[in-house]
Ligand binder design. Sequence first.
Ligand code: GLN
Ligand code: ZN
Length: 774
Amino acid sequence: MQTHILGYPRIGSNRELKKACEQYWTGKIDVNDLLEVGKTITQNNWKLQQEVGIDLIPCNDFSYYDQVLDMTLTVGAIPERYQEIAFKKSETDLYFAMARGFQKEGLDITAMEMTKWFDTNYHYIVPEFQKNQEFTLFSNKIIKEFINAKQAGINAKPVIIGLLTYLLLGKEKEEGFDKLDLAQNLLPVYIQILKELENHGAEYIQFDEPFLALDLNEKAKETYQFIYAEIRKQFPKLKFIVTTYFEGLKDNLSLATSLPIDVLHIDLVRCPEQLDEVLKTIPETLSLSLGIVDGRNIWKNDFQKSLHFIEKAVQRIGSERIFIAPSCSLLHAPFDLDSEKNEDILSPEIKQWMAFAKQKVYEIVDLKKLASENPDYNALQALAENKKAIENRKTSTLIHNQDVKNRVDVTTEEDAQRNSPFTIRKQTQQEVLKLPLFPTTTIGSFPQTKEVRNWRAKFKKRELNAEQYDTLLKQETERTIRWQEEIGIDVLVHGEFERNDMVEYFGEQLAGFAFTQNGWVQSYGSRCVKPPVIFGDVHRPNPMTVYWSKYAQSLTQKWVKGMLTGPVTILQWSFVRDDQPRSLTCKQIALAIRDEVNDLEKVGIRIIQIDEPAIREGLPLRKSDWQNYLKWAVEAFRISASGVEDATQIHTHMCYSEFNDIIQNIADMDADVITIECSRSQMELLNAFADFKYPNEIGPGVYDIHSPRVPSKEEMVELLKKAQAVIPAQQLWVNPDCGLKTRHWDETEKALIAMVEASREASEEFLKKEKLKY
Ligand code: GLN
Ligand code: ZN
């Protein structure tokens, strides 16, 4: 039996890589300093795994920005527009230019696109492909890392994105070909890499092929067979590990087990039920890597449960053919639980239930020891401690709240239903709210200036007391309300100055949430996020936003929109408990948000927005699982929104997403108004709503808040015309794409003034046309 790690976090225990990259980008350190930081992190990662006793230690799992971009550079898939940089600059600068764009020295080259890595919150740089594209071995990073590991005394296992997965992650940049057609051209480069690695003494190679666990068409399946057969032919001696994760093999099981490889890795956290089927069908020549330690979450492994899996596998195929591993790369787990030292932030009782990347390495090794004939004393000690922690978590009063469980049990379909259908609500809302045609609003946040962030920092450090902090925020809120009144916005917002982050702000006030000091996980490039931890039954002990909404509403005769984050988004952007289904946790959050919505209504807030920017990214990887997810996700939103009277208008907001395939579900959310990100696609996104005849009101974003550029009134009038071509004017709202928190005030002022003018002009033109009709 052997242990191995699929990949280790590379940001460093104190986010050293983030800091070094950002310093390098601003010219504060040179390339050697940067490379030195990278080297130290890698060496530390190796050393840890070596000391703990991992048998196969990965290399090339390190990356300065993204492992897919590394592969792009390795195989020389460098888009045309970077030719000049490739010619003039170092490999490192070319690499970062591809990741981040290059606006210097008279050049203005856009970055490559970025998108989510499967269903994680990690984002990779999307490879760009042309018809008949040629590949060459451009960067020898993989070889260098292998040699570095060797010098550190490790015969490492190079981690390489599988050829098929690499192609499937990319995007065809011209028409008339299929990216899979490029497999033939790409293969020689893979062979060259493998030759060099073999010459340097590599024994094991890990190919990451998560696509093997996703829906594949016939052509992809055939290409898998072809490519791996070719690779095997060339390398009879190398041992190939193919990893799958984030899903079960399901209908691709026979394909996966028929590949001429040596070890197949399966994810038993995401899909434990696949073990039996795999054990039944696995050929004798194939070893099995059991992904039993959750690489995506922060919970301690349940040793007894895992040992049961291992025993089953041992009985069936023998321990020599078994590898023990985390479910996927540990990239998605925070670095080290030992750095959580502040008991006021993370209580010892909750902390004992958790394991970060470093602790997971220990778990893997402990599991191997415990699965052996004669586990040593330390291993048995670890088992006893593990049992205790697992038992404590199962029964802890911190987690279990009978009232919450009871409330979920008595929640009915009716609770997810507004009193009347939209057509009736619309009339009532018109009578009460008296909004004009093309009403203007914003998505919620106003600029979080340096001062605002400074106040919060000082308040946290106790340099400002609660009263001082409150006064400053009130002043900022009042200024924002006055300014919106002045320029003539119809539905105002309070500005969200009191919030650090749209999930954390709510998590901090909900029961069942914990926070970490250092639980950072890479999101993209140097960006890291620190997700809250949902550890227990969720409820809302006290109102969360009523104070600020009520205050803002007291300042003005106009409507102020209440501003909440929706249950699915809170779930999606947190570490979620693994002792009950996600859908159940989501329902608990939904009920807590519902309480808040109802309380806002009670104090006279008649327009309430429940943001759900993450609803689409929660979609399962296999299409057959979509409807089940959408059913509970939509229901959760509706539970949160349906406790109010007809006259109270519920808004929701979603960031840029393809709505075509889920438009029915979006409509099922039954929000009175939905605001969406639309301006970058020039309103194309609206077609989905138009074709579907989306019945409720829509605010397609009329300008892009992701750029400092100030849009002109004319542009926005133009976009509103485009919108009216497909959606009736009476259904349209006018608003920016998303929240304004990352923008500066001067840009915001100019843009919103123009936006209000655009709405007025659109409205005048519309009324003129209407008159002409009669
Ligand atoms: N209300 C939030 C804001 O304006 C919405 C943010 C989001 O969509 N991600 O900041
Ligand atoms: Zn948004």
